[in-house]
Design a protein around this ligand. Structure first.
Ligand code: AMP
Length: 121
């Protein structure tokens, strides 16, 4: 893996975190970045990612407790900024093929602005 200072050079979301790939930023903090999904699944669809490269939620351990908490706080703030905090929203982390995970850098989907169905398809 072409790892360089916590960044994977071939990783799309590492590129977004580094500002090398364009994105529509919603918020940033020391540990995480939130930006709009390029192909939104709902009127509001934000992705929260750690600056550090972590492949997916199945790779998380207790040592990641702080960054995971920062991701959840950023999701709350993103929902507030998007105006979906009171109407409700869904937080999703896809892992692996059956879940249709397509980008191998941990990300939390923050999806809202419409009534959703359950179970997910
Ligand atoms: P997942 O399928 O859970 O891995 O989610 C990956 C998400 O990344 C999808 O919802 C894509 O629409 C989104 N995505 C892919 N490329 C970009 C990009 N360049 N900027 C923003 N979102 C992206």
């Amino acid at each position: 893996m072409d790892l360089f200072g916590g960044t994977v050079l071939s990783c799309l979301f590492c590129g977004i975190v580094a500002g090398e790939v364009p994105s529509e930023t919603v918020l940033e903090s020391e540990q995480v970045v939130a930006f709009r999904d390029v192909s939104p699944a709902a009127p509001s669809h934000v992705l929260v990612v750690p600056r550090e490269h972590i492949a997916n939620a199945h790779e998380l351990g207790r040592e990641h407790a702080q960054v995971l908490a920062e991701m959840l706080v950023a999701a709350q703030e993103g929902a507030r900024l998007e105006g979906i905090d009171t109407s409700g929203y869904r937080l999703v982390m896809n892992i692996g093929d059956d879940a249709l995970n397509s980008v191998p850098h941990l990300h939390l989907h923050v999806i809202g602005g419409r009534r959703m169905g359950w179970p997910p398809g």
